[in-house]
Unconditional design. Structure first.
Length: 407
């Protein structure tokens, strides 16, 4: 057993004073002095601190009458536990043993699924959406992976038909949000797989607007993969469900208009704009919309942003500016990426109209806000602003944006 005399002998053999040692291991000189004199117990953490400081083991003395420890399994486990606690107290625990802590987690799913499990999935999705929509996509994605793995393990368990429908909608929403984040991270093929799983889940649930919204997300990924006509076709399928609310119909038509612009069909795009506006006129009550929709589809500024993006793509600059400006004024702090997408287009519109000062101010504002945002869509939007600036002779602005954002 290590004594205070052992610690003092090691310190003195290394020529280090109590003052110097106390500063090195962040323990008071008075406490060390009392330990070395035998007036305080020698703890495993302190032994480890001496050994780490000097790089050698403490040579422990032992009275001849003191029996050696019995190497039983219990003693070995006890010494291992105390050693790991001592190491952790000094911040020196082995990572391999910490990684093994997660083996066997989480607990297996329950045999019978009830409302509490569905609520757990819904709460996990709610937290994920709050984190992701505010721009913190990396940690949000890590959270969603674990939650979705657990949620899908519930699907083949026993539950009532009503619980099953609600669970499928909850799983579908979580998979949709994770699929959308995967797309925004620049992985469209993986995103399509996740979103297709989300669609299959929502189709077995009780939320028709959610099913339509998943199809909208799928259509956007397909369009950005270079197949805008297929994207429009997916939205036509979604619009074929008459149970979809006017608010979500407006969303579908607005996005369809943007896809039509990508496909070079401006006339069809303008028709979808009119249908979106007509649907909004029929939407007089949003209080009954599901919670997820209040964060996306029926949240303040969302339809203005969707229509603004579409009108911009269709070359309707004046109408786009009105919608995008309205969106910026209404969007809350939880819609970081959507706000940036509107701001970059307003910057481009100002530059194109000859208002160079306003365009530059908005472009630099967008660049500053985007610095900590990981989004391939926002990066593409900033590239668009850079190209616009170059075409209109604003080479200094283009160079500043390129150098700042590395895009």
């Amino acid at each position: 057993m290590t004594t205070g005399q052992d610690l003092r002998a090691l310190r003195e053999s290394q020529g280090l004073s109590l003052d110097a040692l106390a500063g090195e291991i962040k323990v008071s000189k008075g406490h060390l002095s009392r330990v070395e004199r035998g007036n305080r117990p020698v703890t495993p953490a302190l032994v480890l601190a001496y050994q780490r400081t000097f790089g050698v083991l403490v040579a422990a003395t032992r009275e001849d009458s003191e029996p050696p420890p019995t190497d039983t399994v219990d003693n070995m486990r006890r010494r291992t536990l105390l050693g790991s606690i001592a190491a952790a107290s000094m911040g020196a625990a082995a990572l391999e043993s910490l990684n093994r802590l997660f083996d066997g987690l989480p607990d297996p799913p329950p045999g019978n699924v009830g409302l509490s499990e569905v609520n757990a999935v819904e709460n996990a999705t709610r937290l994920y959406m709050e984190t992701d929509l505010s721009g913190h996509s990396h940690i949000a994605t890590a959270m969603a992976h674990g939650a979705l793995s657990w949620a899908t393990s519930l699907l083949d368990r026993n539950m009532s038909p009503a619980i099953r429908e609600r669970l499928f909608s909850a799983v579908g929403l979580l998979a949709d949000r994770l699929g959308w984040a995967t797309y925004d991270a620049g992985k469209p093929s993986q995103a399509i797989q996740l979103l297709t799983f989300a669609l299959n889940s929502t189709a077995q649930g009780d939320d028709r607007d959610l099913r339509a919204h998943v199809m909208l997300d799928i259509s956007t990924v397909i369009t950005d993969m270079g197949r805008p006509s297929d994207g429009v076709e997916v939205l036509r399928m979604a619009l074929g469900d008459e149970r979809v609310s006017p608010a979500e119909q407006a969303n579908l038509h607005a996005v369809a208009a943007r896809h039509c612009a990508a496909a070079g069909d401006r006339k069809a795009g303008l028709r979808h704009i009119s249908r979106a506006e007509n649907a909004l006129e029929r939407e007089s009550e949003v209080a009954g919309a599901p919670e997820w929709a209040h964060r996306i589809t029926v949240s303040a500024g969302h339809h203005d942003s969707a229509l603004g993006l579409a009108l911009f793509a269709l070359g309707e600059d004046d109408r786009a500016k009105v919608r995008l400006t309205s969106a910026i004024e209404k969007l809350g702090s939880g819609r970081t990426r959507t706000g940036l997408r509107c701001l970059t287009r307003l910057a481009a519109l100002d530059i194109r109209s000859g208002d160079r000062d306003q365009g530059q101010a908005k472009a630099l504002q967008a660049a500053a806000k985007a610095a900590d945002i990981h989004s391939t869509r926002v990066t593409a939007d900033l590239r668009m602003v850079i190209s616009t600036a170059r075409r209109h002779g604003m080479h200094d602005l283009a160079a500043t944006l390129t150098d700042t954002l590395k895009v």
